[in-house]
Design a protein around this ligand. Sequence first.
Ligand code: ZN
Length: 178
Amino acid sequence: MPLLTIREFPDPILRQKAKEIDPLDPSLPALVRDMFETMYHADGVGLAANQIGLAVRVAVIDCSGSRDPAAKLVLINPVVLVTMGDVQEEEGCLSFPGLRGTARRGERAKVKAFGLDGQAFEIESGGLLGKALQHEIDHLNGRLFIDHLNLASRAAMEGKLKQMKRDAQPVGRSKARA
Ligand code: ZN
């Protein structure tokens, strides 16, 4: 199975709102497999499809680092139904290698999505999974963790983000790193 190339900031696809997809679309099982493999290889806990260059509403999450098969979560057309509480914790993103900052999130999130079996389900969680749910669904709406930084992190990261924009290669050149 191929590793997919992870798009990095400021790639414009990261700001695109992803489109809904039929949960039974025949391309999905292979795509989801490749997304999990790519995420594990990059040591991430979540990956959204626009991070690998496909603007469709699909995300994968595994907060166990592949140790617990039951922790593998596939989210198709997910929506955040509600968030509860308020936390500020350090966060990173595979599309911002080496960067971490303190982001404001809901303490818990309740999400509705479809699975690969075409069935709708709801999941509610706090902790790392609660943050990952909000982070990945944000990606599908073109929002990034830098949009949630507190003031101190925002100020600390500003120079690095400008540098990443300056370093960005022209569209069309390969950024493959896998
Ligand atoms: Zn991310």
